[in-house]
Structures are given as structure tokens and as C-alpha cells.
Design a protein around this ligand. Structure first.
Ligand code: PEP
Ligand code: MN
Length: 363
């Protein structure tokens, strides 16, 4: 027999074995489903670690080679896992935020505004609320540009305790008054669980800041409200940790959660943070929640706001957040990266040329 004939014969044999293995796996899966039904009737846990250990020990004792025992056990563990999924075990453990749990997108409703419906939102406003005149001027500008949701920090998480800490509750009231005057919805950061309740009448979306992404008490508290929550990714948080933080909010009863990528800490110093742009499609695949990108805090550079916003929308973000100030040079925080009104006009124009689906209502 020629080597080629021999190879063909062995391959046919391999195909037959694959076929047999597939058949065995399917039969094993059907058995697992039957076992799962009986266990459900008995009310016992479907995952049985003692039984799994016995099966793995049996594999070790019966292994004749050529595969290493640890390799075989690894393969069998995957089979066990797939069987548990068939029994519905995995579904019970699947996170509330997971797309496996809810295949369709969650829409977040902020009064008459919807986030996550395919028409990206632009959230804009100053870094911090500084005075009524300041927020009112921004609100007027935003309304003219067609923006529907205004941001502004009343409680500011500042790196230095000597920097401007925000106007606090008074700032919230100023922001709300200015926003109401121009028919805008309000998003603002709340930093402590104790400040949530008093803030509720003044906010339409509660922002949980990057520094508070793992403030679990705060996550639980905002999870008990009926207000949408915009959760920012922590400075050094992995995507998995970010997803678990969102799960805290949902597990407390609130499914109106928006995820916001705002850059992560890396060794790169050319930008303030490193915008993890692929986090957007990953989060959209893994979860059913809307995902936004904060271009201001991720880049920290005015010249990068428009390209970063374009990248965000191109990769599938449900919206963009950007900071705007009447006179950034004298802003009490983030003076280098806020846009003045003319720059904001250019930003909006540049973005809408490429993304006319942006949900702006020009007045
Ligand atoms: C902010 O949006 O005002 C802010 C402080 O952002 P971050 O929490 O992402 O730093
Ligand atoms: Mn800022």
C-alpha cells in the first residue's frame, strides 16, 4: 500500500472514530438530561462534586495512554461542564447582566429619552457644577445643539483633598434648575450610599464614578432605586470586575444600567488614561446592557475627543459622553480637556457628518 493510500485509510478510520465519539457524546448528553430531570424531582443539587471526583478517578485508573491523565481529565471536565449546562445548571448560575440570560438588548428609559435603541445619545455638560450662570449657559447651548441629557458633577471625586470638591447638594439643585429650564434630563455622580435618597428628586440618571465602581454598598443602594444608573469602569478594573459591579446593581432590583468605558490605567502617558475601545463590543456581546464611552476622561486631550468619539460609535457604542464648559481655561476641574462652545459645535458637526443617526433634536 502506498503511503498516500495508507494515509487515506487512517483518515477514514479517524472519521469513523469521530463519528462514534459524537454519537457517544450525544448519548451521554441525553443521559445527563434524564439524570437532571430526576434530580430536579428529588430536589437535589444537580452538581455533585463527589460523583465528579469518582468519574475523574476512574479515568485516571483506566487510562492506557497515549494521552496524559491530566489532559484526559481536562477534556472530561469540559464534557461534565457541557452536561451541567444541558441540565440547566449553568443557566441558574448565569449572571443577570449576561446575554445568555437575556438575548435581547436592554433599553434604558430616561423619561422620553431611550438609550440603547440604535440611535446613539450624546451626553454633555461641564465636569463640575460651579455656579448657576455656568450651568445655565451650558444647558442653553446643549439644548440648541439638540442634546437631551446634561451632565455636571455636584459631588466631585478629586485626587487631591485640596482641589475643588464640588458644590454638593446645592450644586445638584442648580443643575436641575438649569436643566429644567432647557428641557434637559440630568445625570450626576453620587459618591456615597447616604447621598442617594436626597439626590433622587434632582437626577434622572445616577452616575457611579470610576473610583466607586467597587463601592458595593453604593452599588446596592442605587440598585434599590428606580432611576437608571450609569456605571463607569474602574481605573484598573478588568472587564469581568466591571460586569460583576453591574450585576450588583441588577441583583438589587434595578435593570436600568448603562455601562461606561472611560479609559483604564496603563503605562502609556500620552493620554490621561488608555481608552479600551474593544471593551465596547466585548461588553455588548457579554451583556445585554447599553454601553457608552466617556471620551473626556479616557483621553484627557481635547484634540482626541472627536476621533475617540467616532471610534466609539463606529465600534458600536450606544452613546458618547463629553465635557463642555463656557470657559474651560478657568474651569475649577479638568480645565485642559473640556470643550468651549465653538469647539463643541465643531465636535457635534464632525460627529453627525459621519453618524447622522445620533439622537439629537435641533431646536
Ligand atoms: C466624571 O465623569 O465626572 C468623572 C469623575 O469621571 P470618572 O469617574 O470616569 O473619573
Ligand atoms: Mn471631569
Amino acid at each position: 500500500m502506498s503511503p498516500q493510500d495508507q494515509l487515506n485509510r487512517l483518515r477514514r478510520e479517524m472519521d469513523e472514530l469521530n463519528h462514534e465519539m459524537l454519537d457517544l457524546l450525544s448519548r451521554r448528553g441525553t443521559l445527563a438530561v434524564e439524570i437532571g430531570k430526576i434530580k430536579r424531582l428529588q430536589g437535589v443539587e444537580r452538581y455533585d462534586p463527589v460523583r465528579e471526583r469518582e468519574m475523574l478517578d476512574f479515568i485516571a485508573a483506566s487510562n492506557q495512554g497515549p494521552f496524559e491523565t491530566s489532559r484526559l481529565q481536562h477534556i472530561f471536565k469540559e464534557v461534565f461542564k457541557a452536561s451541567a449546562e444541558l441540565q440547566g445548571e449553568d443557566r441558574d448560575k448565569t449572571l443577570l447582566v449576561s446575554r445568555k440570560r437575556q438575548p435581547e438588548d436592554t433599553l434604558v428609559h430616561v423619561k422620553d429619552v431611550t438609550i440603547g435603541n440604535g440611535r446613539p445619545q450624546l451626553i454633555a455638560g461641564p465636569c463640575a457644577v460651579e455656579s448657576f450662570e455656568q450651568v445655565n449657559a451650558v444647558a442653553e447651548k446643549l439644548a440648541l445643539s439638540g442634546v437631551k441629557v446634561m451632565r455636571g458633577g455636584a459631588y466631585k471625586p478629586r485626587t487631591s483633598p485640596y482641589d475643588f470638591q464640588g458644590l454638593g447638594f446645592e450644586g445638584l439643585k442648580l443643575l436641575k434648575t438649569a436643566a429644567d429650564r432647557h428641557d434637559l434630563r440630568v445625570i450626576t455622580e453620587i459618591m456615597t450610599p447616604g447621598a442617594v435618597e436626597s439626590a433622587l428628586p434632582y437626577v434622572d440618571i445616577i452616575q457611579v464614578g470610576a473610583r466607586n465602581m467597587q463601592n458595593f454598598d453604593l452599588l446596592k443602594e442605587v440598585g434599590k432605586t428606580d432611576k437608571p444608573v450609569l456605571l463607569k469602569r474602574g481605573l484598573s478594573a478588568t472587564i469581568e470586575e466591571f460586569i460583576y459591579a453591574a450585576e450588583y446593581i441588577m441583583a438589587s432590583g434595578n435593570n436600568q444600567v448603562i455601562l461606561c468605558e472611560r479609559g483604564i490605567r496603563t503605562y502609556e502617558r500620552a493620554t490621561r488614561n488608555t481608552l479600551d475601545i474593544t471593551a465596547v463590543p466585548i461588553l455588548k456581546q457579554e451583556t445585554h446592557l447599553p454601553v457608552m464611552v466617556d471620551v473626556t476622561h479616557s483621553t484627557g486631550r481635547r484634540d482626541l475627543l472627536l476621533p475617540a468619539a467616532k471610534a466609539a460609535l463606529a465600534i458600536g457604542a450606544d452613546g458618547v459622553m463629553v465635557e463642555v464648559h463656557p470657559n474651560p481655561a478657568i474651569a475649577l476641574s479638568d480645565a485642559q480637556q473640556q470643550l468651549d462652545f465653538d469647539q463643541f459645535d465643531q465636535f457635534v458637526e464632525g460627529l453627525t457628518v459621519q453618524f447622522p443617526q445620533l439622537d439629537l433634536v435641533k431646536k
